[in-house]
Write a protein that binds this ligand. Structure first.
Ligand code: UD1
Ligand code: CA
Length: 465
């Protein structure tokens, strides 16, 4: 069997990003650039343990990210960055035991798995194959020199004026037969304009040694690199459109693709409707028939079937079950769950709370660390006083309770099922089941009192001072 490994080069500085963050850790949508490349290798059928990321500049941060998110992917170090040829050579002890080596620049997040598969199978034909694209503006890319039976690359800085006219350029993705690369790798020198060891020199060396070289061309869009913030934004836009097309093909209605952001990690079902200016991040899942209204931002949340998120809802790490409703203007966070048919309405914040089936929190309320049974109605302006300055305390409200407007629950506290609280109550101790809890000052009425007299009196008093 032919064994294949993938080496992702990510040791360079990425100076042109003008950022303290290593280049490959920048994100397009909510996924890091390096993650796209690793993911693509994985989808092309390369096992994580046969994939390595070469780190150097800012390497600790990149290594920590890889170790945390892709524990099986190897991290290799290039302590001094002396060029891409040096980079490949510094990982030699790792790749020399495979039959084929795929080398990828760490900054080509749009490379598709099917293209990578084509690159892998090119090892059957050539000792080295490179991916090229026809650049509208070839800038400083390495130029592709095609001869009848061979291909080589000349770096822009070393190229003649005629060579600089060539628009076919090197994308930075290579396939090598390991045996052949081992034959010539020590012959790569830094005798060039940048005094760097170039992996691109491998092709000319192979041609001289009578080995075979070849190339195939992909669309420029797929080979877009990330060297500047502007290029990052452009790559992010392409990823965003790819994700949106994928879901539209699956039957999702996206009212305004121009203003919609969906993470590559999110999953949607057919007959979901996404209104303008919606963002869906992380591992969110949205089931069929649900509607996500304008201005809503969902992160790592699960939306069941036929849910209506009316508009301007922020939902984080929470779950809205079948037929529940939320919004407009609500914040649902920290493992909150709305059971089937529940409702969180206008200016409502729910934190780490469980809202039972058919229960409603329609207006101006905060429920934190609360458990509501089924068919509870929370009157407007009710609040769980869940934080005593030191601890978060729980409120439990039983099934079928009717909570009067502006009830304050001083937690920890409990209301038994079927109970009612009077509007404006401050509930500090348990309300038993099927009872009325009243905790408010009694109203006093003062007879023969007028606002006018009151003001007049006050003014005279001050005048006497
Ligand atoms: C390289 C190619 C060029 C190609 C272009 C495509 C060479 C000599 N040139 O140029 O032909 O058109 O990519 O983007 O290879 N890296 C290391 N260690 C190093 C140097 C670089 O790991 O010592 C990594 C970088 O992090 C980056 C990749 O290699 O991911 C490419 O390096 P970069 O400096 O961007 O090469 P280019 O000058 O763009
Ligand atoms: Ca580059």
């Amino acid at each position: 069997m032919n064994t294949v490994c993938v080496l992702i080069m990510a040791a360079g500085k990425g100076t042109r990003m003008k950022s303290a963050l290593p280049k490959v850790l920048h994100s397009a949508l909510d996924r890091r650039i390096i993650d796209y490349v690793i993911e693509s290798a994985n989808q092309a059928g390369v096992m994580p343990q046969d994939t390595a990321v070469l780190v150097g500049s800012g390497g600790e941060e990149v290594e920590a990210h890889i170790t945390e998110n892709f524990p099986e992917v190897k991290v290799l170090w290039q302590h001094e960055q002396l060029g891409t040829g040096h980079a490949v050579k510094s990982a030699l002890e790792w790749w020399k035991n495979y039959d084929s080596l795929i080398v990828l620049n760490g900054d080509v997040p749009l490379l598709k798995p099917e293209s990578l598969r084509e690159l892998i199978s090119s090892c059957r034909e050539n000792d080295c194959t490179v991916i090229t694209f026809n650049a509208e503006n070839p800038g400083a890319y390495g130029r592709i020199i095609r001869k009848e039976n061979s291909v080589s690359i000349v770096e822009y800085k070393d190229a003649s004026p005629e060579q600089r006219q060539i628009h076919e350029v090197n994308a930075g993705c290579y396939a090598f037969r390991v045996k052949s690369l081992l034959q010539i790798i020590n012959s790569i020198t830094n005798n060039n304009a940048q005094h760097e060891y170039y992996i691109t020199d491998a092709l000319a060396l192979m041609n001289e040694a009578g080995l075979t070289t070849g190339a195939f061309t992909l669309p420029e869009e797929e080979m877009q690199g990330v060297n500047t913030q502007a290029e990052l934004a452009s790559v992010a836009r392409t990823v965003r459109m790819r994700v949106l097309s994928r879901w539209m093909n699956e039957g999702v209605r996206i009212a305004d693709p121009e203003s919609t952001y969906i993470s590559p990690d999110a999953e949607l079902s057919h007959d979901v409707t996404i209104m303008p200016n919606v963002q869906i991040w992380g591992r969110s899942r949205i089931s069929e028939g649900s509607y996500i209204g304008s201005g809503s931002i969902l992160t790592n949340s699960i939306i069941g079937r036929n849910v209506k998120v009316i508009a301007y809802a922020v939902i984080e790490n929470s779950e809205l079950k079948e037929g529940s409703k939320a919004g407009p203007f609500c914040y649902i966070r920290d493992n909150t769950c709305l059971e089937a048919g529940a409702f969180a309405g206008k200016f409502v914040e729910l934190k780490n709370s469980h809202i039972g089936e058919g229960s409603k929190v329609p207006h101006l309320s905060y429920m934190g660390d609360a458990t509501l049974g089924h068919d509870v109605n929370i009157g407007a302006g009710s609040i769980t006083c869940n934080y005593d300055g030191e601890h978060k305390n729980k409120t439990h409200i039983g099934d079928n309770c009717f909570i009067g407007s502006s009830t304050m629950f001083v937690a920890p506290v409990e209301v038994g099922e079927g109970s009612t609280t009077a509007a404006g109550s401050v509930i500090t101790k348990k309300v038993p089941a099927n009872s009325l809890g009243i905790g408010r000052a009694r109203q006093t009425n003062i007879a023969d009192w007028s606002l006018h007299d009151h003001h007049h009196h006050k003014t005279t008093t001050e005048g006497e001072k």
